[in-house]
Ligand binder design. Structure first.
Ligand SMILES: C[S@@+](CC[C@H](N)C(=O)[O-])C[C@H]1O[C@@H](n2cnc3c(N)ncnc32)[C@H](O)[C@@H]1O
Length: 281
């Protein structure tokens, strides 16, 4: 099916048609013209991404620097903005100085495609759909848990984890861990240890799971992957008179997943640690 170009993209493309290019831009051609994000949308992007003092915010195509400067000024974060346009980089540095955040808000004249994305905990963008798609594979390869927030443009079939619209659309993603494969865990549940075999398939952050508990196929409920954190539930029916739900919550690191397992609820709730290993990718 042909995707229609959304209104904001047409606007940016329209600006591109008439936008006067600087000497730097003529040398290093950019597909995306400079259009600033309105300040309330900047605020909303950073709020939605849950930016805080521990974050390093990287704005790809930083324009006049407002996203990185706001991240430093209002959220106490550090950050870097990269832009091809030298004049905008100089303007950003001056604005950071005026806001008193020049130590935490840095700017470089640099191509976003040549920029190390691995340094960021949060990546912000206001680019074109085609550029978002070009970036997508690199973004998906980042450390699980890295947050991405985009003004106006999505990443096609990589569904955003959250989306808000306050004047403008803001999309938010969390880079998902790679969890697909077959996993095994020994669960020290009373009255006897159980073998959990988990088979996971994955499309971005959407995971579907099949399980066997001691060889018996068991339905998996409520599977959710957020960054490196996978949660799901299974009903333990080993004792028909004492059925209870097993709530799994684990962090994935390579071929190991470990975390907490709760059996039951309220004052009948017992918790223990669990660990699974990937036996087949
Ligand atoms: C739509 S503006 C967004 C500015 C800012 N992020 C904001 O939201 O206010 C896009 C910016 O990306 C810059 N840009 C375009 N292509 C780039 C590239 N390949 N590398 C770095 N910057 C680029 C442009 O110069 C422009 O300033």
């Amino acid at each position: 099916m042909r995707r229609s170009i959304p209104g904001p993209a047409l606007f940016l493309l329209g600006v591109l048609a008439v936008y006067p290019v600087s000497a730097q831009q003529e040398e290093r051609w950019t597909e995306v013209p400079y259009v600033p994000t309105p300040q309330v949308t900047v605020d909303e992007m950073l709020r939605l991404a849950g930016v805080g003092p521990k974050d390093f915010v990287l704005d790809l195509g930083s324009g006049d620097g407002r996203i990185v400067i706001t991240a430093a000024r209002k959220f106490g974060a550090r950050g870097l903005g990269v832009d091809l346009d030298f004049n905008l980089v100089i303007q950003s540095e001056e604005s950071a100085r005026q806001a008193g955040v020049e130590e935490r808000a840095r700017f470089l004249q640099q191509d976003l495609f040549q920029t190390d994305l691995g340094q960021a905990t949060v990546i912000t963008t206001y680019l074109l759909p085609s550029v978002m798609l070009k970036l997508r594979t690199r973004l998906l390869g980042l450390k699980p848990g890295t947050r991405i927030v985009s003004h106006d443009f999505d990443m096609d079939d990589w569904r955003p984890d959250r989306k808000t619209t306050i004047r403008k659309n803001v999309f938010f993603w969390i880079v998902p861990a790679r969890v697909a494969g077959r996993w095994q865990a020994r669960l020290p549940l009373p009255p006897i240890e159980r073998l959990l075999e988990l088979s996971l398939t994955q499309r971005f952050q959407d995971v579907s799971a099949h399980a066997r508990l001691n060889g018996v196929p068991t339905q998996v409920w409520d599977t959710k992957l957020e960054g490196d954190r996978l949660s799901f539930a299974i009903v333990d029916s080993a004792d028909r008179d004492n059925e209870a739900t097993l709530y799994f919550d684990g962090r994935v690191s390579g071929d190991v997943m470990e975390g907490d397992l709760a059996r039951g609820v309220g004052n009948a709730r017992g918790t223990l640690k669990w660990q699974a290993r990937r036996v087949l990718r």
